[in-house]
Write a protein that binds this ligand. Structure first.
Ligand SMILES: [Fe+2]
Ligand SMILES: [Fe+2]
Length: 376
């Protein structure tokens, strides 16, 4: 059995049939239960500031809270179809338009402008729905970290992140409910990843899965959408969420750096495998298979088409622009004969290894700072 079979349930990481065979079987359920398997840890060492970088982050978080109900301009009218047309013109490289699809000889050849707009609307509904589900994953994982991490400075900080994540779920849910035109259940690949993170018994795996992988990707994806969007409410919502997310990713890097320095090769190998599995699950989830199903078109053909477009490939790679440097900073790339480096080479994202890591990038994302596109 190959390592891929073991970790991600298929031997070829790019096997599209196998990826599409995984779908959400609980679409109509209102709740989903996952066993946590971790011990709750009390600490009797209350020395505040024993880990100065976490203490600094905690103090910063306390004064950076915002109110999703009153700080965002909810009275902004949002006309999804009109915005899509305007946005396609404003940035034809957005990746959700039709500008660079080579559709000759495919089922899309006869698609009208109206169908493409309908697709873009569904795509936006799907994307925001998955952001919302991911935010709930973060809410649950951070509550778990409060219980399982052994350091008081980390418990303090994690408690502020619980509040941040509640706010994030709240604003994405409100945006979907009041401004968009539909909702999607959680994507099966994202749910598998969230379940893995929640059910792992090691406290550091929650950080690695959530703060490093899921939130690292979210920070990049929100940044991309923030840059592309011309809708002022969504732009501001994403900007506010990003200012929090940058702290969350820093929390993961700062906490794990100390801990991973003293792990054995075997222990590090487990973490490398977990990071790889998470990376693949996230890559799979961005194929948006449910959108194509709802559009009632051949899903495999549609995805193969989208995957070939240059903007899509760029977007897909950019999602890893925070994750790879952070994994490098944690020593995950090169331990055990560069195991994770080889995997990241295979999925085509290793080029980000020397981009800035996010251990102290949160200052740059603070509200009131001008956001510049990140580079190496
Ligand atoms: Fe969040
Ligand atoms: Fe977060």
């Amino acid at each position: 059995m190959s390592i891929n079979d073991d970790l991600i349930g298929r031997s070829d990481v790019n096997d599209l049939e196998a990826i599409l065979a995984v779908s959400n079987t609980e679409r109509d359920e209102v709740i989903s239960c996952v066993s946590q398997n971790a011990e709750a840890i009390f600490t009797w060492d209350y020395t505040k500031g024993a880990r100065p970088s976490l203490d600094k982050l905690y103090e910063k978080a306390k004064v950076s809270m915002w109110n999703g109900e009153t700080d965002l301009p909810w009275d902004t009218p949002v006309d999804q179809e009109k915005l899509i047309a305007e946005q396609a013109m404003a940035n034809s490289a957005a990746g959700i338009g039709l500008a660079d699809f080579d559709i000759s000889g495919t089922s899309f050849e006869k698609w009208t402008e109206k169908q493409w707009v309908a697709f873009a609307v569904e795509s936006e509904n799907w994307t925001l729905s998955q952001f919302m589900h991911g935010e709930q994953g973060a809410l649950i994982c951070t509550a778990k970290i409060v219980e399982t991490v052994p350091w008081i400075d980390a418990k303090y900080y994690a408690s502020t992140q619980v509040m941040d994540e509640a706010r994030h779920v709240e604003v994405f849910a409100k945006y979907l409910d009041t401004k968009l035109s539909g909702y999607y259940p959680v994507n099966a690949h994202l749910k598998m990843l969230l379940d893995d993170i929640v059910s792992d018994s090691h406290w550091d795996m929650t950080y690695l899965g959530m703060q490093i992988m899921v939130e690292g990707l979210a920070l990049a994806a929100f940044g991309f959408m923030h840059q592309m969007s011309i809708e002022p409410l969504l732009k501001q919502l994403l900007r506010y969420v990003m200012s929090d997310e940058a702290r969350h990713v820093a929390f993961g890097v700062l906490s794990l750096r100390e801990y991973y320095e003293q792990l054995s090769d075997a222990e590090m190998f487990e973490r490398q495998q977990f990071a790889y599995e998470a990376a693949v699950r996230m890559r799979d989830r961005f194929l948006q298979q449910e959108v194509w199903e709802r559009m009632d078109v051949p899903v495999k053909e549609a995805i193969e088409l989208v995957m070939r477009t240059p903007t899509r490939q760029l977007f897909q790679m950019m999602l890893f622009s925070k994750i790879v440097p952070n994994c490098k900073k944690l020593g995950l790339l090169d331990r055990n004969d560069q195991w994770l480096r080889r995997r990241f080479e295979e999925i085509g994202v290793i080029q980000f290894e020397d981009w800035v890591d996010t251990s102290d990038e949160y200052e740059r994302f603070a509200l009131g700072e001008e956001l510049e596109p990140t580079a190496g």
